[in-house]
Ligand binder design. Structure first.
Ligand code: CAA
Length: 294
C-alpha cells in the first residue's frame, strides 16, 4: 500500500511563511496552501508581493477551468493563503522558507532578520540553488534548525524537494523538512551541502554543453532540443529548459560550480554569459534562446 503522506498536524507545523514572491516563492506558497498549511506570502517589494498572490489565484482559476479542481477546493486553498504585509508576520511561522533572489548578502541579511523575529523552535529553510546552506545557517543563532529545501520549477508540478543538510543541521530538522516535503505531496531526497547539491551539479553541465554545441554550430537550437527530447527522453530540450530556469540563474549556478569545485568542466559557455549581459534571460524577460509572447 502506498505510504500515506504526512498532514500538517503530523509535521508539527501549521503556519508556513514563504519569503520572496517570484516564480519559485509563489509556486511554493501555492503548494503549501493546497497541502493544508496556513500560508503567508511575503515580499519586501509591495508590487511583487501582489503579483505573486494574484499569480497563485490565476493558477487556481485555471485548474478549475480545466476541471482539475472544483470551486470548493480552490476556495479552501484560497482561505489558507494570505499576503503578509510585513516581515513581522514571521513571528507566527513554524517554518519560514526563503525564496528570494540568489544573492548571499541579501539572503544572510534576511535570515538574520528572521532569526530575530521567529520563535526559537521555528525552522528556517532556504530554497537556494547554489549558495551553501552551512554559510546561510552560520548567520543565524540556530544552525541546527536550518535546512535547505530546494524546489524545482515549476514548483506545483515537479515532484522533488532536495532536503539539504548543512554541517550543523540536526537529524530532527532534516527529518521534519522531509516530512513537510511529503505533506506538500513531494518526494524528499536528502543531500549534503555541496555546490549544486545533486540535481544542478548534474543538470547544469548538460545545459552548458548544449550552449557550447549551439555556439559551435553542431546543430541549431530546435535540433539540439529535439535531439535531447527524442534521444534521451527529456520532457523538454536543454535550451528550452535554460529559458524556463532563467539564463541568469543558470550562469550563477555554473559560476558557483566552477569556483567552488575548481574544475574547468564547469566553465560557463561564453554565449551564455553574453546572453545574460544582453538581458536575454529566458521566459521571464520574454526572450532567451526562444521568444515568448508576453
Ligand atoms: N505552473 C504550474 N503548472 C504547470 C506549469 C507551471 N508553470 N507548467 C506546466 N504546468 C502543469 C500543467 O498545468 C499540466 O498539468 P496537468 O497535467 O494537471 O494538466 C502539466 O504541468 C503538464 O503541462 P503541459 O501539458 O502544459 O506541458 P508539458 O507536458 O510539456 O510539461 C513541464 C511542462 C512540466 C514544464 C515539462 O516540460 C517538464 O517537466 N520540464 C522539465 C522541467 C524541469 O526540469 N524543471 C527543473 C528545472 S531545474 C530547477 O528548477 C532547479 C534550479 O535550481 C535551477
Amino acid at each position: 500500500m502506498a505510504e500515506r503522506p504526512e498532514t500538517a498536524v503530523e509535521t508539527g507545523i501549521s503556519t508556513v511563511l514563504v519569503v520572496g514572491a517570484g516564480t519559485m516563492g509563489r509556486g511554493i506558497a501555492q503548494v503549501a496552501a493546497e497541502a493544508g498549511f496556513c500560508t503567508l506570502l511575503y515580499d519586501a517589494d509591495d508590487a511583487a508581493r501582489e503579483r505573486g498572490f494574484t499569480a497563485v489565484h490565476d493558477a487556481w482559476r485555471r485548474l478549475v477551468e480545466r476541471g482539475k479542481r472544483d470551486e470548493t477546493q480552490v476556495a479552501a486553498f484560497a482561505e489558507r493563503l494570505r499576503v503578509a504585509e510585513n516581515i513581522a508576520a514571521a513571528a507566527s511561522a513554524d517554518l519560514a522558507i526563503e525564496a528570494i533572489f540568489e544573492n548571499p548578502v541579501a539572503k544572510i541579511a534576511l535570515f538574520r532578520e528572521l532569526d530575530a523575529i521567529c520563535p526559537s523552535e521555528t525552522l528556517l529553510a532556504s530554497n537556494t540553488s547554489s549558495i551553501s546552506i552551512t554559510r546561510l545557517a552560520g548567520a543565524t543563532s540556530r544552525p541546527d534548525r536550518f535546512v535547505g529545501m530546494h524546489f524545482f520549477n515549476p514548483a506545483p508540478v515537479m515532484p522533488l524537494v532536495e532536503v539539504v543538510r548543512g554541517l550543523r543541521t540536526s537529524d530532527r530538522t532534516a527529518e521534519r523538512a522531509a516530512a513537510v516535503a511529503r505533506a506538500f505531496g513531494k518526494t524528499p531526497v536528502v543531500v549534503q551541502d555541496a555546490p549544486g547539491f545533486v540535481v544542478n551539479r548534474v543538470l547544469l553541465p548538460m545545459i552548458n554543453e548544449a550552449v557550447f554545441a549551439l555556439s559551435e554550430g553542431v546543430a541549431g537550437k530546435e535540433a539540439i532540443d529535439e535531439a535531447m527530447k527524442l534521444g534521451a527522453a527529456h520532457p523538454m530540450g536543454p535550451l528550452a529548459l535554460a529559458d524556463l530556469i532563467g539564463l541568469d540563474v543558470c550562469l550563477d549556478i555554473l559560476q558557483t560550480l566552477h569556483r567552488d569545485l575548481g574544475e574547468d568542466k564547469y566553465r560557463p559557455a561564453p554565449l551564455l554569459e553574453r546572453m545574460v549581459d544582453a538581458g536575454l534571460l529566458g521566459r521571464k524577460s520574454g526572450e532567451g534562446f526562444y521568444c515568448y509572447e508576453s
